[in-house]
Design a protein around this ligand. Structure first.
Ligand code: ADP
Length: 327
């Protein structure tokens, strides 16, 4: 994730990706690495003096959400310069046409007309490097990153075809709610659109935001049958409420027995119960910043040791090694 704003995440990031990271790392099936992609964030104009706070805030959110540094590796992208090195090599097998097709590039270059930099254009190549550097097989992301991941797979295939089987093909892993819509119900939840519930919003703020949230374009009156399939509040229930209860909410919404106001109240309780422990852990970590910094330091060390090995293989495969035996 990019360190945006003051580094705090919203529940779209959490329900679309981070919650999945926590369960994947707890399952222990994979050796997992999670990073704060500060080098990616440099593609948008920013105040350098604010970047450390943003990076720290994002890392703290990861830990507060439940990533356990004893079970996974948490680090900052710029602490491992091999990301940038691999991105360069990967860019030599990446077709320009593919980069031009990326929705995120089109959207961002439209949104930030005064700063359409080359980094914004080659952003997906750096993302491919973030993944391939660790020979990752599974990448838990939200829906909006699936196109970039498809391109990472393509870059991986092109590199392997040209230089030998160095990388496994990474696959996306989505949650049950891969795209959380904003409170406006129109666009995806995003900090920059002002339609988000933040991970660290207080219970009263969550209540207020949900009260005003969009539900269904049909103006429903008390007792009208609802349409959970088009309602963002229902989507949030699916992400947070136990399955049996979700079925019940679905049925009661359809029959008109559960009105939007009561449905939102139930969601407020569930969401606040989910965020409470995260916010408590965040407060603890804020009081001991050195704990977060230690995690990032040892995370970077481990990430660098994997990255060093991968880059040795990459340079060897590409013939960038004058000391290799001459024939
Ligand atoms: P980036 O991948 O460029 O760092 P963000 O920082 O915006 O993008 O998002 C971090 C993660 O959160 C990504 O996996 C993204 O897919 C996910 N995400 C962001 N917004 C949403 C949303 N509204 N619904 C679901 N997932 C989201």
């Amino acid at each position: 994730m990019q360190p945006t704003g003051s580094g705090e995440l919203h529940i779209g990031n959490y329900l679309g990706a981070l919650k999945n990271w926590v369960s994947l790392s707890r399952e222990g099936v994979y050796d997992s690495l999670f990073c704060v992609v500060d080098a990616h964030a440099a593609t948008s104009e920013y105040e350098a003096s604010e970047m450390p706070t943003r990076i720290f805030g994002t890392a703290l959110s990861y830990l507060a959400a439940g990533l356990d540094p004893d079970r996974c590796t948490v680090f900052v992208q710029s602490d491992v310069p091999q990301h940038m090195e691999l991105a360069w090599y990967l860019s030599t097998v990446t077709p320009m046409g593919d980069l031009h097709r990326m929705t995120q590039f089109k959207e961002k270059s439209e949104q930030f007309k005064q700063n359409v930099n080359a980094g914004l254009f080659t952003y997906p190549v750096l993302m491919a490097a973030d993944i391939l550097l660790y020979r990752a097989t599974v990448v838990p992301v939200g829906n909006d990153q699936v196109q970039h991941l498809e391109l990472s797979r393509e870059i991986c295939r092109k590199f392997n075809a040209r230089f030998g089987e160095i990388f496994p093909e990474p696959k996306p892993k989505l949650t049950v709610t891969p795209r959380i819509m904003g409170l406006d119900g129109k666009r995806k939840m995003s900090k920059s659109l002002g339609n988000a519930i933040d991970l660290f919003d207080e219970p009263k703020v969550v209540e207020k935001k949900l009260k005003g949230a969009f539900t269904d374009e049909l103006k429903l009156k008390m007792g009208d049958p609802g349409r959970p399939e088009v309602c963002n509040i229902f989507t949030l229930h699916t992400a947070l409420t136990p399955a049996g209860e979700v079925q019940q909410i679905d049925a009661e919404c359809r029959s008109g027995a559960l009105g939007c106001g009561s449905c939102k109240k139930r969601l407020t309780e569930t969401l606040n119960a989910e965020l409470g422990p995260i916010q408590a852990r965040a407060a603890e970590l804020r009081a001991q910043p050195e704990r977060v910094l230690r995690v990032l330091e040892s995370g970077a060390e481990r990430a660098r040791s994997i990255a060093t090995q991968t880059m040795a293989d990459v340079r060897q495969a590409m013939g960038m090694n004058v000391r290799a035996p001459q024939s």
